[in-house]
Every structure is written in structure tokens, then in C-alpha cells.
Ligand binder design. Structure first.
Ligand SMILES: Nc1nc2c(ncn2[C@@H]2O[C@H](COP(=O)(O)OP(=O)(O)O)[C@@H](O)[C@H]2O)c(=O)[nH]1
Ligand SMILES: [Mg+2]
Length: 327
């Protein structure tokens, strides 16, 4: 039986095809379903529409509907870790991204210059860390995708700057994050609220070139330092930026190890970058299943302690270890 659809249906279908957002598409699909005559000839079409409607509803809920795309604002991870810069308006997040990477964000002395996240790669010795610049927290608008972006990060850099009291700025940021069920991970803190996601946080006091009173500076750093790994920097003069790279690597909780074939030299340009407390066996697994399966022992040359000693499979690798795997 032919479907015999009214012309009005095709008009709405055209609008549906042109619609850009999921919610617009959903609206037109529902309209199409309402217009469609109900008889045997349209059974299949109606079933099809209902299916698409439920897929769009899933998508809006953030479920895994077939048509779901990753939101454009989530940035694919690159390098050894993704670190998101966050903080109040005008603290210099975009300026830091520009100073530390090749990215070219818009920088201006009015708030809300940054509207969408932008990533850049920061080199630290022989590795690359991904930095992501974000719109300010605690402003008039809350970008709906920002919490997800923050949650995906391996660590955060809390960017603060004068003239406002940095401790006050921390409180404001904390309050906004709490609304997202996110929390700044404080130094040596086990006491993270169980229902909130925390990320290791490096606090940077930017625009340190504007703080002329050394006592004031010392006071800020002392207070911030009670809670976070803390550092004074200046995106403008470059002060503290070398230390920044090293501190950021520290809070990522990674170690770099190097492998060597027996009798050969290690390649120090391409480390294996692994989480702290990774064992020799886990490293072997990462490199190749066969290597793990046939593992007999390893020799380790450490920065301080080992000089080619044999270690067992449960040895925890340390920063700078050179490893010879024997099968
Ligand atoms: N004096 C000084 N000004 C800075 C520094 N970093 C950023 N600024 C200025 O602060 C303003 C806001 O910078 P921007 O990077 O856009 O801040 P964002 O809103 O946090 O991204 C701009 O006028 C920058 O030139 C710094 O280290 N020292
Ligand atoms: Mg910005």
C-alpha cells in the first residue's frame, strides 16, 4: 500500500534535513510523525520515525545513541597528559598558553576573550604535555561543556593573578567547581569528597611582574603553598616558566624510563612515559605481550641506586631508570 504522504510532510522533512542542532531535528521529527497519516502503508515509516526520535532523545540525554558525535569542545588527548588551565577572567590563562606552546589564542584585557577551549603542546625536555586553555570560571555564563572538559584532564593549572587577593580567587573557583561536582586536589590530601572528581592541581600566581612588594609576594605564595604546589610566573617576562614545565610534570605523577637491548645504548630521546608505581612486568606488557609472557628478569640502571642489578617482575620503575628486559 502506498504511503500517500501529504505535501506538508515533505516541507517539514526539508526543514529537518536543514536543521543543525539535535533539539531542532528532534522537533521536526516529532512534527513529521504527527503529520503522517496512520494506516498500514505508513507502518514502517512511522516505526522508523519513532526510532529516530528516540535516538535524538538519547543524544540529548548524553546517552550512546548511534548518531552521537563527541562534542566538538572535547579535545583529543595528545602527548603524555592533558592539562587544563582554569581560573577567573583575565588571570592570563591564554597568555600562558601562548608563552608555553605554539598555540595562538586571543589575548585581551577584557574578560571572556576566550570562548572555546584551545590546545597547544608544551615541550618539557624529551616529552610533550598538552595544555588546554578555557573560558573563565565563575563568570556570568557557565559553558555546558566545560565540566566534561575539566573532568577529562589529567591535571589542572589554577591560574591566579593580582590585583584581586589570590586566596579569594581560589574560593570563588572552588565554589564554581563544587557546582560541577569537581574539586581541586590539594597537596597530600586524601580528604577528597567522595562524590566529587578531583585532579592534581598546580596553582600559579601569574603577572608576578606586577607584584613589586616582595613581602606581599611571599605571603601569597605561603598561603597558596599550604594547599597546592605553587609557583609565581609571568607570561609577560617569562619568569618562572622553566620551573613551571618541571612542576607540571611532577603533578602528573609520571615516570620516564628507557629501554635498552643487551649490549646496546638506551635511546634517551624516546622515553616510555608511565604512571608512578608501574612495575617492570607492566612495562613489559605495554611493550609487547610476548615480552611479558616470556619475561625472565630485568636489569636496571637507576639514577641513584641501581647499576645493572637484576630486579624482579614486581619492581616499581623510577624516574630515569634504564631497563634491560631479558626473556
Ligand atoms: N603584566 C602582566 N600582564 C599579563 C600577564 N599575563 C597576561 N597579562 C595581561 O592580562 C590580560 C588578560 O590576559 P589573558 O591571557 O587574555 O587572560 P585570560 O582571560 O585568563 O585568558 C591581557 O591584557 C594580558 O596581556 C603577565 O604575566 N603580566
Ligand atoms: Mg583567555
Amino acid at each position: 500500500m502506498p504511503a500517500n504522504l501529504p505535501p506538508q510532510y515533505f516541507e517539514v522533512e526539508k526543514l529537518y534535513r536543514q536543521a543543525r542542532s539535535a533539539s531542532e531535528k528532534l522537533r521536526y521529527l516529532e512534527e513529521m510523525l504527527a503529520i503522517m497519516p496512520k494506516h498500514k502503508g505508513t507502518d514502517k515509516l512511522r516505526a522508523d520515525l519513532r526510532k529516530r526520535i528516540s535516538q535524538f532523545k538519547e543524544m540529548r540525554k548524553g546517552g550512546k545513541g548511534p548518531g552521537r558525535r563527541a562534542p566538538a569542545y572535547l579535545i583529543d588527548k595528545e602527548g603524555v597528559g592533558q592539562v587544563t588551565l582554569l581560573g577567573p577572567p583575565n588571570s592570563g590563562k591564554s597568555s600562558l598558553l601562548a608563552a608555553l606552546t605554539k598555540a595562538q589564542p586571543q589575548i585581551a584585557d577584557y574578560p571572556y576573550t576566550t570562548r572555546i577551549p584551545l590546545a597547544g603542546m608544551m615541550r618539557y625536555e624529551n616529552i610533550q604535555v598538552q595544555l588546554v586553555d578555557t573560558p573563565p570560571l565563575g563568570g556570568e555564563q557557565l559553558d555546558p561543556w566545560l565540566p566534561d572538559l575539566l573532568r577529562r584532564a589529567d591535571a589542572w593549572v589554577l591560574v591566579l593573578a593580582p590585583p584581586e587577593d589570590p586566596l579569594y580567587q581560589v574560593e570563588q573557583v572552588k565554589a564554581v567547581l563544587a557546582g560541577y561536582k569537581l574539586t581541586l586536589q590539594e597537596r597530600g590530601a586524601g580528604a577528597v569528597p567522595s562524590d566529587a572528581a578531583a585532579r592534581p592541581t598546580l596553582a600559579v600566581l601569574n603577572k608576578s611582574d606586577l607584584i613589586s612588594d616582595p613581602e606581599e609576594m611571599e605571603l601569597y605564595l605561603e598561603f597558596l603553598g599550604e594547599h597546592f604546589h605553587t609557583l609565581a610566573v609571568s607570561a609577560h617576562t617569562g619568569q618562572g616558566l622553566q620551573t613551571f614545565r618541571a612542576e607540571l610534570y611532577k603533578i602528573l605523577n609520571l615516570v620516564r624510563v628507557y629501554t635498552r637491548a643487551p649490549g646496546k645504548a638506551a635511546n634517551f630521546n624516546s622515553p616510555f612515559v608511565i604512571p608512578v608505581r608501574t612495575t617492570i612486568m607492566e612495562l613489559a606488557e605495554r611493550i609487547h605481550q610476548d615480552l611479558a609472557r616470556n619475561f625472565k628478569f630485568a636489569r636496571v640502571w637507576g639514577r641513584e641506586t641501581f647499576e645493572g642489578q637484576r630486579v624482579q617482575r614486581d619492581y616499581f620503575l623510577r624516574e630515569g631508570d634504564v631497563v634491560e628486559l631479558h626473556v
